[in-house]
Write a protein that binds this ligand. Sequence first.
Ligand SMILES: [Zn+2]
Ligand SMILES: [Zn+2]
Length: 492
Amino acid sequence: MLSIVDEIKAILDLSNLEGPLRAASNMLEYVEERLALPPEDEPWLQENAAILRPYLIEQGMTDVDPLVIETACFIPGLWRGVNPPLLVLTAKRGGFSPSRLDHAHQWVIQAQNWIADFRAMSRPRLKRLMAFRGITDPIPTADITASLRFMAALVKGFDANANEVPLLNARFPQLSQVDVADLVRYLSRLSQKRNEWPLYTALNYLGAMHRERLRGLHGILLEHGLLEPECLFQTADAEISRRLADRLRSGRSRRSRFLELVVLAWIRDANAIDYFLQHPDEQDHIIEAGWELTAEGHVRQLYYDTCYRVASQGQPGTTRFMTHQSETCPLCGEPLVALMDLDLTDPRLAYMQLAGTRLKVISCLSCAGWIGNVYADVDLEGKAHWNTALNASEKPQRSEPIVFVNEKPYVLAAEPSPIIDIEDFHSIGQTSKLGGFPAWITGTFHPNCPQCSQGMIYLGQVHWWNATNIDTTHFCFLCPDCHITGCFSDST
Ligand SMILES: [Zn+2]
Ligand SMILES: [Zn+2]
């Protein structure tokens, strides 16, 4: 029985090894072809192997296993679809010509690389993979056929893209503090081997689900340059922020400077605030962590610590999304749409601390993608009006009328969710949520209020497929002081 954290390591390993495992599985097919050769054809094969062997030595490949050389003799025929494959090497069909020798050589290079990869795999890692796959055979050592069969069994039925997400989704929430520490050490070793996919997938999970359990582990992350997603560092202590700030001051971190600034902004403690107060030219990076410095040097957070997912199923409640308005767009004449129409009396929305009954965020779906931010004046009693002074005054040249169909009403989830969810990483550009931290798509475009120039508060985002099946996400913001909403759309 594998522990949860070992299962996670096995899943990450398997998806990371998918390429080499599949290659091994393909090679096995060729090796099986050689093993199935009828005995009467054996002299014929050995004749060709005797031609290939010195050619390989000439190319500098001196230590090739006989089985690999013999299998390579099948490659020119197999790659040309000749049956039986050795037929292509008869004198009548051109023999083992230079180009065929070259094809066999290319295959031998791949085979040798694969064998080297396999031999480099540590036994604990292999054992973990075997336990995960329920393989009880002994670990093959020198025997190539057995190794290939073993690797083919590991990859069998495994589709990395389709399967690993539900597997990881089921396991990551169960990690204990000790497991998280174990996994972080494992990831720090992976980082030295540049295994990027499993590394960044696992870090995304930790960033979304286990920021609290990362306390005390940020030193390891920092040492290994594991700075993304930057929210991993939300729980880092003053020792980490001091080290980061020192590093930034010394100018040592030129290559990862941007990342380090954002990480420091996520830590958001006294060291971080000091640093940014002393470096006004670098304050732009703070917004990446969802806050700003006020004129008095205080932190002003621009997102809510509460989040509800918005799903496209269920009975619409008193809070609605993507509903038609009677007011039309002064630019294009299409009806405006309320991206959000929030029932502020709903106890779920109490976190917004807005003294009113309804808040509407309106936009024009046809123009939104072309004119940047769309601003509206709102009261907190459900009124919203296009702000002609703040918005573009001319119809955008490339605006196209969007036929608005809202077949699936969006519904606010009953229970709150984390402010950053693993789904925000998996389904980039398809997140709909109220509150929490923005799931940016192509970059951080946090608007400032056009009236008071403070950062606007992120209300949430709604992902929507328009009638031409282009998916767009509308990000919604509010300036609670000026009662102005702002929104803009972005897509992958
Ligand atoms: Zn319009
Ligand atoms: Zn304002």
